[in-house]
Design a protein around this ligand. Structure first.
Ligand SMILES: *[C@@H]1O[C@H](CO)[C@@H](O)[C@H](O)[C@H]1NC(C)=O
Length: 188
């Protein structure tokens, strides 16, 4: 009886000691322990990411791919990122034209450029989602580089579009994430 109690306490203490380590795991550890099992830190990161974007994937493989940089593997987020960029552009064009059908092509073009900027828009949104700690890259690649974070960010919306079969759904998830910044600066 005492022995069982000792073991229970031992396991409780072990769990308390291990948990913070898992939560504080670095991007480096994440990418080097990300193979296979559903309980891996990479899978755990994908769970967290789904919560943050408010979307559960039917095919989680799409999100895995979206969070994989081309330096890490042949199966990567490049093409998904291209689709995502196009979805963001389409969705932003809709947004601005719905608000003002008389917007000039010059103004619209400026706003689209603004929303597509890597450093000031795309990487900012992606970093806020914590993608720099989730995206898998090669050991030589900096996962917090704006182009890496931005590629992963855009790829999320490409992945959602493929998962739902609808690009407009993916567009609404983009706005939800983008507008969360600075209390919706776009509404100005
Ligand atoms: C996603 O799945 C989790 C766990 O099954 C659930 O709690 C959550 O409400 C789901 N989120 C959405 C947006 O469907």
């Amino acid at each position: 009886m005492l022995l069982i109690r000792c073991f229970t306490i031992f396991f409780a203490i072990s769990a308390m000691a291990i948990l913070p380590q898992i939560q504080g795991m670095s991007a480096f550890e994440l990418r080097h322990r990300s193979f296979g099992f559903s309980s891996s830190p990479f899978s755990a990161a994908l769970e967290i990411l789904q919560k943050r974007i408010g979307y559960n994937f039917t095919s989680i493989g799409l999100l895995r791919r979206a969070m994989t940089h081309s330096s890490f593997s042949e199966e990567n987020n490049r093409a998904l990122s291209l689709l995502g960029a196009s979805i963001i552009q389409t969705s932003a064009s809709m947004y601005y034209l719905q608000r003002d059908i008389d917007i000039s092509s010059k103004d619209l073009s400026l706003r689209l450029t603004e929303i597509s900027k890597v450093e000031t828009s795309c990487a900012v949104d992606g970093t806020r989602l914590g993608l720099q700690n989730m995206v898998r890259v090669s050991p030589k690649t900096d996962s917090s580089a704006p182009s890496v974070v931005c590629g992963a960010f855009r790829a999320i919306f490409g992945a959602i579009a493929l998962d739902t079969g609808k690009s407009d759904d993916a567009g609404s998830f983009f706005w939800a994430v983008h507008d969360a910044k600075a209390g919706g600066a776009l509404a100005s």
